[in-house]
Design a protein around this ligand. Structure first.
Ligand SMILES: C[S@@+](CC[C@H](N)C(=O)[O-])C[C@H]1O[C@@H](n2cnc3c(N)ncnc32)[C@H](O)[C@@H]1O
Length: 273
């Protein structure tokens, strides 16, 4: 299902407090470890699609006193990111409201560019990567970690839970996103002219009682929120009855013996020749 849900592409996840709880659990060491080991003091770094900046602040600490710029198209996220940087005393970061298709920087400006869970939402991957390549210095690195939605799971899964994942994937694709971007990164980076592409994969894994309870609450709060159900039902992706059944099975999953869950991600680092 690749038809568009709206003429204007929408960012599927939105900016609800429910979704922001998930971003709040991220930091540079848990979610950008593939890049942190490559960073050096003094590097100039771009974090595009930085959201509320929870990863950006850790990257800024790694390159301090290097200059860091966080860019996101959503003003509310930039306000939160500025507050997080100020609270943490990170005076080497500047946040900008802006679009990855048109970055407000001169050519060959950055030593490193980073994004996490962004290219999966950006419809025109090649235009975005070309723009990031423009602002990177020759020899500069790009790092990205993106979801592989089809390899994500809750276990033990009820009979209809695979249909819920399939609906999430169709919602993302319908909004112009790329639900499997995590495994398409190597191809996309090579196509954009990057070299020395190194890839890997990892899970955001939910195992302890606290983590299971968090993931359960997140799925309940976000996936079953009225806007998501309305979008999915309006565009014929699922019925209200199906959402009701999925909610029942997700509740059963939370209480099941041996419950685990995983969000699958692919990671890549590459160089601008
Ligand atoms: C899933 S959030 C990830 C935020 C952060 N990188 C993290 O992982 O915590 C995706 C972010 O990308 C931003 N975004 C999506 N498309 C964008 C674009 N074309 N230009 C700039 N930001 C964009 C959204 O506003 C959102 O804040």
């Amino acid at each position: 299902m690749t038809s568009r849900i709206s003429a204007e592409h929408e960012y599927t996840m939105g900016y609800s407090p429910e979704f922001l709880q998930l971003l709040d659990r991220r930091n540079a060491h848990t979610h950008a470890a593939h890049l942190v080991s490559q960073l050096r003091a003094g590097m100039r770094l771009l974090d595009f699609g930085c959201g509320p900046g929870t990863i950006t602040v850790g990257l800024a600490a790694a390159v301090k006193p290097g200059e860091v710029h966080g860019v996101d198209m959503e003003e509310s996220q930039i306000e939160m990111a500025r507050a997080a940087a100020s609270a943490g005393g990170h005076d080497n970061i500047t946040f900008h409201v802006g679009n990855v298709y048109e970055l407000p920087f001169e050519d060959n400006y950055f030593d490193a560019a980073h994004c996490h869970a962004v290219l999966m939402h950006v419809p025109d991957t090649q235009s975005a990567l070309r723009e990031v390549k423009r602002v990177l210095k020759p020899g500069g690195i790009i790092a990205s970690r993106e979801m592989i939605a089809g390899s994500s799971f809750v276990e033990p899964a009820g009979e209809h839970i695979p249909d819920a994942w399939a609906t999430f994937i169709r919602l993302l694709a319908g909004n112009g996103g790329h639900p499997e971007m995590g495994k398409e990164l190597k191809r996309a980076l090579l196509e954009a002219g990057f070299a020395d592409v190194n890839t890997g994969g990892s899970f955001d894994y939910f195992d302890t009682a606290e983590e299971i309870s968090f993931l359960h609450a997140f799925i309940n709060d976000w996936f079953f929120m009225p806007q998501v159900v309305a979008a999915a039902t309006q565009y014929g992706l699922a019925t209200q009855a199906e959402f009701d059944q999925w909610r029942l099975e997700i509740d059963q999953w939370e209480d099941a013996v041996g419950a685990v869950g995983g969000l699958a991600f692919g990671e890549a680092i590459a160089t601008k020749p």
